[in-house]
Ligand binder design. Structure first.
Ligand code: NAP
Length: 474
């Protein structure tokens, strides 16, 4: 069929079969654990390419983090593993179709949408969710045609997490720093022409509550052409924060405060042509615009004080406001999942309804044989490795349920037939061999330029590259 399907495996008629929906880190860690527990695994992804946020989320100037894909490649090389890219669960097939055909279905599709601020002007031209900007510079096919207005002198990034740091850094990288990365060509071109000289990061709470991790924060002081600036007065912790840091702060938050104090003491870097300015206790109240299309012209910001007691400190408005002029706003205030019709959904949290990884109905009743892992199980938190433990936890629930005889056998149990069915659901299904062909083409294109790869960002071109795969020997 189409000459690039895998050698469909399965001599073992007794093996349990699992479908994993989503080929990101949590999906791969789950595949690894399930294979070790004796399962055959069919992994399905909406994109023709695997690796989820490692390919389209992790910043391109962090190749060491992206190198984790080597671990996933080893998992994919197992005989018990098959990949079906280009299949969209919720459009090409439904959760019920999978449940009918697999002992176990594990959802690992992450959190594709952005949290909203809920303030006036949020959707003006020039104000974008960081999720979209990240997808754009990482060459996600759905975001390749986006255009970001980068000709203003100042950008404001809202949020104090690592995504906020990533997008701020990407905005001020020197073109030579960008040129050696796998940033999508369209983004290298646009970012190299960008006129942004200053990026202001707004944290609604104080330095002690920032969600940055230490290496990411430290990196801001190591950029080639951009300095990092923090006002000394922002580093005078209020009593509640000082107490919080002492009693509840972890090593990360303590080290963050220490580093931020060093940044404040060092002052502006004299040789820097660009700057990243960290401001704390500032909430965006409105994004204001100008001109015919109401393009972003500034952010009205309210000053906060820290309120609350013990572990739960929150920001409370003081009533003071100011306007920060800017021509670009990136909102980096967290992700949420995009529901799949047919799966119980926790709308408030933007996650699949679940209890410790077991999918449950609104009533609390377990959906036997259906599980969830990663960000769409627990929310967008932690680093890539956090998903390994998370996958192990869900797989432990699966094994418990199997041992208890709680999972009914699927109605359609022939693994080869099921894989034929999957492969025939549309005419663009990409196998692991297809992905390897894409991978090779990208890597070869990057070699002359000292880049890890030149990403193919057009879906049709990705499929064309996948079709060039040499079919496996019969
Ligand atoms: P995050 O770490 O949860 O940070 C979200 C930030 O948005 C917090 O500072 C939060 O402040 C703020 N926020 C939320 N609602 C807000 C509002 N209405 N107004 C103003 N600020 C608001 O999320 P993230 O940055 O999206 O990162 C997601 C996960 O990916 C994190 O675990 C992160 O560490 C990880 N990540 C890791 C790397 C890396 O390792 N290099 C890179 C990128 C992402 P409050 O604390 O006050 O709620």
């Amino acid at each position: 069929m189409r000459g690039y399907l895998p050698a469909l495996m399965s001599d073992d008629a007794t093996a349990r079969r699992a479908a994993i929906v989503g080929a990101g880190p949590s999906g791969f860690y789950t595949a690894d654990q399930l294979i070790k527990a004796g399962f055959e695994v069919d992994m399905i992804d909406a994109l023709p390419t695997p690796f989820g946020l490692v390919r389209s989320g992790v910043a391109p100037d962090h190749p060491n983090i992206k190198a984790v894909t080597r671990v996933y490649e080893k998992i994919a090389a197992r005989d018990e593993f098959n990949f079906f890219g280009g299949l969209f669960v919720g459009r090409d097939l439904a959760p019920a179709d999978l449940r009918e055909r697999y002992d176990v279905v594990v959802y690992a599709f992450g959190t594709a949408d952005d949290n909203k601020l809920g303030i006036p002007g949020e959707d003006r031209p020039g104000s974008y969710p960081a999720t979209r900007f990240v997808a754009w510079y990482n060459g996600h096919p759905d975001a390749a045609a986006e255009e970001f207005v980068l000709h203003a002198e100042r950008a404001v990034v809202i949020g104090n997490g690592n995504v906020a740091i990533d997008v701020a850094r990407m905005l001020v990288l020197h073109p030579e720093e960008l040129a050696v990365t796998d940033t999508a060509d369209h983004a290298i071109e646009a970012l190299s022409r960008a006129e942004i000289k200053e990026v202001v990061l707004l944290g609604r709470r104080g330095p002690a509550q920032a969600a940055f991790t230490n290496p990411e924060l430290r990196e801001l002081a190591e950029l080639r052409r951009a300095g990092v600036e923090v006002a000394t007065e922002d580093m005078e912790l209020d009593d509640a924060s000082a107490r919080w840091l002492e009693e509840h702060g972890d090593i990360t938050s303590r080290k963050n405060v220490e580093m931020l104090r060093e940044f404040a003491a060092a002052g502006p870097r004299p040789d820097a042509t660009h700057r990243i300015v960290l401001r704390f206790l500032r909430s965006p109240l409105e994004i204001v615009g100008e001109g015919e299309d109401g393009h972003v012209a500034g952010v009205v910001v309210g000053t906060n004080r820290i309120a609350g007691e013990g572990e739960q400190l929150h920001a409370e408005a003081t009533g003071e406001t100011e306007t920060i002029d800017c021509g670009l706003v990136l909102r980096a205030v967290g992700y949420r999942g995009r529901p799949i019709p047919g799966l119980p959904w926790n709308e408030r949290r933007g996650l699949v309804m679940n209890e410790g990884g077991r999918v449950i109905e609104d009533s609390g009743e377990q959906r036997l044989g259906e599980y969830v892992v990663g960000w769409v199980k627990r929310g967008p938190s932690g680093v890539i490795g956090t998903n390994k433990k998370d996958a192990a936890d869900t797989v432990a629930r699966i094994v418990e349920d199997l041992d208890a005889g709680a999972i009914p056998a699927p109605a359609l149990s022939d693994g080869d037939e099921v894989r034929e069915w999957l492969a025939g659901l549309n005419d663009r299904v990409v196998t692991w061999g297809g992905w390897r062909a894409i991978d090779e083409r990208e890597v070869v294109a990057g070699e002359p330029h000292g880049r890890p790869r030149v990403k193919i960002v057009d879906l049709a071109e990705l499929h064309e590259a996948a079709r060039s795969a040499v079919p496996p020997a019969p």
